[in-house]
Design a protein around this ligand. Structure first.
Ligand code: FES
Length: 149
């Protein structure tokens, strides 16, 4: 089978996603297909890496819109090189570092509180005396400090 002649079913099987997921990704502008003479969708082989990146990025909490913008930096007219992929991942580096820092802070905050429930005025890092945090906004103010947008 040619490099640029992957059927939607083959891509779906190889990537472990549903055909409907591929259609969704395509509708969102994350991947692109071309049509053969029989008007059937075909994909170039680099779609496999794009889908892997999409899945990994989603697991890291990166929005589909951010993923779309990142993938849009890859060249359309040729298969992306290792350098193209490296540039894409470098752009996510700061964002990932911020997410990791937030999750570490959240882990540290919650480690003592999961299963505790004491809300000790002296010791609990999430204690909110007289709901004074309501002035800062709705939701879990302490836990969302430093959360990625
Ligand atoms: S709930 Fe007990 S330390 Fe936070």
């Amino acid at each position: 089978m040619e490099d640029s002649n992957w059927t939607v079913g083959r891509v779906a099987r190889r990537c472990g996603v549903k055909v409907s997921t591929l259609h969704f990704y395509e509708k969102k502008g994350l991947i692109r297909s071309w049509r053969n003479a029989g008007n059937q969708r075909r994909y170039k082989a680099d779609v496999l890496r794009r889908i892997s990146v999409i899945k990994a990025a989603q697991k890291m909490g990166i929005s589909l819109e951010e993923i779309r913008r990142a993938l849009a930096t890859l060249p359309d007219n040729r298969t992306p090189t290792a350098g193209d992929w490296a540039a894409l991942s470098a752009n996510w580096r700061d964002d990932l570092d911020a997410r990791i820092a937030y999750l570490e802070r959240l882990r540290d905050l919650l480690t003592g509180c999961i299963g505790c429930g004491c809300l000790s005025m002296k010791n609990c890092p999430i204690y909110n005396e007289n709901d004074k945090l309501a002035r800062e906004g709705d939701g879990p103010v302490i836990l969302e400090r430093g959360a990625p947008r």
